[in-house]
Design a protein. Structure first.
Length: 201
């Protein structure tokens, strides 16, 4: 019995040593099933209206069925765990690595498409022409009251004059006084010529 027990211990140690050697280890089996689901096509008949995502300079298209985000001149679409980027809102879309996705977009809250009441809707043309300026001048960091004033009241030189502004100033110094005086003299001269003939022959 002692002999059989010794043989079993010897075989156990020998097998352990045999399998511990790197060349004789069993091969690792790693099975990964990756189902590459393609990005559904997105065809918009017209450029989308966007809304600023609060606290960022990223814009979301709230009326589009998919997540469509504009940031720094590119459009982004998260789909599953994959991000896609395009130069135009209709694509073509390119799969990008996660480290190429701007950090601002990775930190967006889950309800980023929810538009707060009274939030300004921005037409695509305005976005395309102004996003760089808005960001460099920190346009959206201004108080809401100031922004509303800018939107409601166009610059003085661009708006039509109000009725009060169209009236002549009351007896101001300078050329206007002379002009007023000349008008009075013209009326006097006009009154003198009433009833007279058409001129001398």
């Amino acid at each position: 019995m002692k002999k059989a027990r010794s043989v079993l211990i010897f075989l156990g140690v020998a097998l352990a040593i045999f399998f511990m050697r790197p060349g004789n280890a069993l091969p690792d089996v790693d099975v990964q099933i990756g189902i590459n689901v393609p990005l559904p096509p997105l065809i918009l008949p017209a450029p989308p209206v966007v809304v600023l995502i609060p606290g960022t300079y990223a814009y979301v298209a709230p009326d589009v069925d998919v997540d469509l985000i504009f940031f720094h001149g590119y459009w982004y679409r998260p789909y599953g765990r994959v991000w896609y980027r395009a130069g135009d809102f209709n694509g073509p879309w390119v799969n990008i690595e996660i480290d190429m996705v701007p950090g601002v977009l990775l930190k967006l809250p889950s309800d980023f498409k929810r538009v707060p009441p009274g939030h300004q809707r921005i037409p695509y043309g305005q976005l395309k022409n102004n996003w760089k300026t808005w960001e460099s001048e920190k346009h959206w960091d201004k108080p809401a009251k100031e922004l509303r004033k800018e939107v409601k009241e166009p610059k003085k030189e661009m708006r039509e004059p109000k009725r009060k502004e169209m009236r002549e100033p009351k007896g101001e110094k300078g050329d206007f006084k002379v002009e007023k005086k000349e008008r009075k003299e013209f009326k006097k001269d006009k009154g003198k010529t009433k009833g007279k003939g058409k001129g001398k022959d």
